[in-house]
Design a protein around this ligand. Structure first.
Ligand code: FE
Ligand code: FE
Ligand code: ZN
Length: 286
């Protein structure tokens, strides 16, 4: 079972790998830069290579990097949109130094323009960077639907993928870059967004399969939720301490469709708390 949590990237790549090992993790997530945006440190390719070697030696699952929360590819503000597109391009080029891993991002908030306009901007930005992602799979995260967030419904993510596939800049010249576009589900976001993973996980996964296709499902953020189903709040709780609960989360990690995905905890914890949750979930793995 591949399980880990969000780690601080301030000490570099190899240090994150070692921290992961120290808490029983065999995958992890990290911000490609300050989560509130800003410029990224210069990439240390030796350090990146050392992490790649450690992951291989220790049998890690794919890593799931996370874009800054402020990266909004579909803002109504052209400046913000352009800044986000530059960030995305830079981050993808950096991820190429860690080949074979995932780069996850929040599709964005349409800030009043409507979902359809938002989806158009997101697809356009993705279409222009995907050809750069030769060794990286870009993941769209399912969202809780707070404010004007795009990506609460599977249909919205599917529409983004379809439009990227139809974009001239990702046409067959370089193979099929859209194949390097996937989805990362987040249990808190699904629950808060109105998908009943507590009582009918099978139905939710069937719906995902029918609309997007399970071949696009690449990673799972494993979080409990502080709020009721359908609340559209997006506040993560510790495993077993929220409205999703331990039983439903145990079903998630053991579900045949999900069990081989990398599971990333984004629960309100420091390292010792993460180590405990990882041990607990490993003990519940069937
Ligand atoms: Fe996220
Ligand atoms: Fe998440
Ligand atoms: Zn969240």
């Amino acid at each position: 079972m591949f399980i880990g949590c969000h780690l601080s990237s301030t000490k570099g790549f190899l240090a994150m790998g070692k921290t992961a090992l120290s808490i029983g993790a065999n995958t992890f997530a990290f911000f490609t830069r300050n989560p509130r945006g800003g410029s990224a440190k210069e990439l240390d390719s030796e350090d990146a290579h050392a992490l790649t070697e450690l992951c291989k030696a220790e049998g890690f699952g794919p890593l799931v990097a996370h874009a800054p929360y402020t990266m909004n590819l579909c803002s109504a503000d052209e400046g913000i949109r352009g800044f986000a597109a530059d960030m995305l391009r830079e981050d993808i080029l950096r991820m190429e130094a860690l080949p074979g891993n995932y780069y996850n991002f929040h599709p964005g908030s349409h800030t009043g323009q409507g979902v359809d306009v938002g989806i158009g901007f997101i697809a356009e930005a993705l279409g222009s960077v995907l050809p750069l992602a030769e060794h990286t799979t870009i993941l769209l995260e399912t969202m809780a639907g707070k404010g004007s967030e795009v990506g609460r419904r599977f249909e919205e993510l599917k529409e983004i993928i379809d439009r990227v596939e139809g974009t001239a800049s990702v046409s067959p010249v370089q193979g099929a870059p859209a194949a390097r576009l996937g989805v990362c589900i987040d249990t808190c976001h699904l629950h808060d967004g109105g998908y009943d993973i507590v009582h009918d996980l099978d139905a939710v996964l069937n719906e995902f399969d029918n609309i997007i296709g399970l071949d696009r499902l690449k990673a799972c953020h494993l979080n409990d939720s502080m709020n009721d189903a359908g609340s559209r709040k997006d506040r993560h709780a510790k495993i077993g301490e929220g409205h999703i609960g331990l039983e439903a989360l145990t079903a998630v990690i053991n579900h045949p469709v999900l069990k081989n995905l990398p599971f990333i905890l984004e629960t309100p914890n420091e390292l010792p708390g993460y180590a405990k949750e990882i041990a607990l979930l490993r003990s519940l793995r069937q």
